[in-house]
Design a protein around this ligand. Structure first.
Ligand code: NDP
Length: 396
């Protein structure tokens, strides 16, 4: 990427040099610089005061060993991270991701994006991200608990209700937050709002589970309205089948859309009658099984191995809700040629820069993640306020 502003070219070269082998972080910074290319010439004071040099460098990166024992008594060692990127406007806030692909570059890209997303909400929260290369798939509840307790045994000294407030992300939902919070209390003796995404009975906020997926659809509805379109009667493809994807499906369906496909990291299902979200909840939230099992609930549906094929299904609206860079240039071209007129990001950075260029060339409405998936973190900020005031959400 070449910018018109020479200062940005030089700074981008420095970022790549200083953070070798971290392409996702380079991509996130580069996207931000692209949007600043027309702004900086009008604001030389930003250059003079080194705002960008400061914002691309995390305030602090914590990296630690996480030893834990499986059910057979074998010891495993994973890596834990917390990147406290920026606290200019409030305590650090951002999720924890447990996935084998996690390394420092992924943490930095997510933490960097979180600064801007959080700031856009207008709420007083800084940006951070954390997690581990631990793979929760196929682990027993006991193993997940052992891991979470070990993870928190180091993390607890770096976080706090007014310091840094982690939440969930890929592989970290209500169960994991519960184990992490329990260990935090045990180590510190404090019952406070140090984590969000907690259960309702111990300080969680109503609708936090639904917030990111629902928020994505509300944002998308507003975007569609600008072109006199709506979810009503639209064919929608939602990638993923986790927290964000499930509630994006639920809300899009409530708004009159037909969600015809969903996926996990093994493959995707196609159900021309509309994906039954209750079945997906049972598979993913209750049984923690694979999306392939949807065929046991709806034998007329189809299952296909591999994730990227989902973008070849004809749709009006695409909601990528799985992971980074899941829509590349080739997939974006197929979406465009099939008449897709809107892409709204539930996942963080799910579109590659080349895919975004294809959206632009084809006049596809595009909702970038920093704006469209902020419903979850905004509700988390509400949970933080409720916890500070010792106010509980009543059950719905
Ligand atoms: P979950 O762990 O609940 O679900 C993730 C889903 O994406 C699963 O279906 C998973 O499949 C799939 N997936 C994960 N990694 C890959 C991969 N490498 N390739 C293909 N599919 C993959 O996570 P969330 O729903 O919480 O998060 C999804 C996205 O939304 C992430 O990008 C996250 O950063 C973003 N996000 C989440 C928020 C939240 O409130 N939870 C808030 C804002 C953004 P499998 O089960 O096979 O791994």
């Amino acid at each position: 990427m070449q910018y018109k502003t020479e200062y940005l070219n030089e700074l981008m070269t420095t970022v790549v040099k200083r953070n070798p082998g971290e392409p996702e972080f380079h991509q996130a910074v580069s996207e931000m610089f692209e949007s600043l290319d027309n702004v900086l010439p009008r604001h030389p004071e930003f250059i003079k005061s080194g705002v960008l040099e400061r914002i691309v460098e995390p305030e602090r990166t914590i990296k630690f060993r996480v030893p834990w024992t499986d059910d057979k008594g074998n010891v495993h060692v994973n890596r834990g991270f917390r990147v406290q990127f920026n606290s200019a406007i409030g305590p650090y806030k951002g999720g924890l991701r447990f996935h084998p692909s996690v390394y420092e570059g992924i943490m930095k890209f997510l933490g960097f994006e979180q600064i801007f997303k959080n700031s856009l909400t207008g709420l007083p929260i800084g940006g951070a991200k954390g997690g581990s290369d631990f793979d929760p798939k196929g682990k027993s509840d006991n193993e997940i608990m052992n891991f979470c307790q070990s993870f928190m045994s180091e993390l607890y000294r770096h976080i706090g209700a007014d310091v840094d407030v982690p939440a969930g992300d890929i592989g970290v939902g209500g169960r994991e937050i519960g184990y992490l919070f329990g260990q935090y209390k045990r180590l510190t003796g404090n019952f406070n709002g140090v984590l969000t995404g907690k259960g309702l009975s111990y300080g969680g906020s109503l609708a936090r589970t639904e917030a990111t997926g629902y928020g994505l659809c509300y944002f998308t509805s507003e975007m569609l309205k600008s072109k006199n379109k709506s979810f009503d009667g639209a064919r929608v493809v939602v990638s993923g089948s986790g927290n964000v994807a499930i509630y994006a499906n639920e809300k899009a369906t409530q708004l009159g859309a037909k969600v015809v496909a969903m996926s996990d990291s093994n493959g995707y299902i196609y159900d021309p009658n509309g994906v039954d979200v209750a079945a997906v909840k049972d598979i993913k939230e209750v049984r923690r099984a694979r999306i392939k099992e949807y065929l046991n609930y709806r034998p007329d549906a189809e299952y296909h191995e591999g994730c990227s094929g989902i973008w070849a299904i004809k749709c009006d609206i695409a909601l990528p809700c799985a992971t980074q860079n899941e829509i590349d240039e080739a997939s974006a071209k197929i979406l465009a040629s099939n008449g897709c007129y809107a892409v709204a990001e539930g996942a963080n950075m799910p579109s590659t820069p080349e895919a975004i260029e294809i959206y632009r060339q084809n006049g596809i409405l595009f909702a970038p993640a920093k704006a469209s998936n902020a419903g979850g973190v905004a509700t988390s900020a509400l949970e933080m306020s409720q916890n500070s005031m010792s106010i509980r959400s009543s059950a719905a």
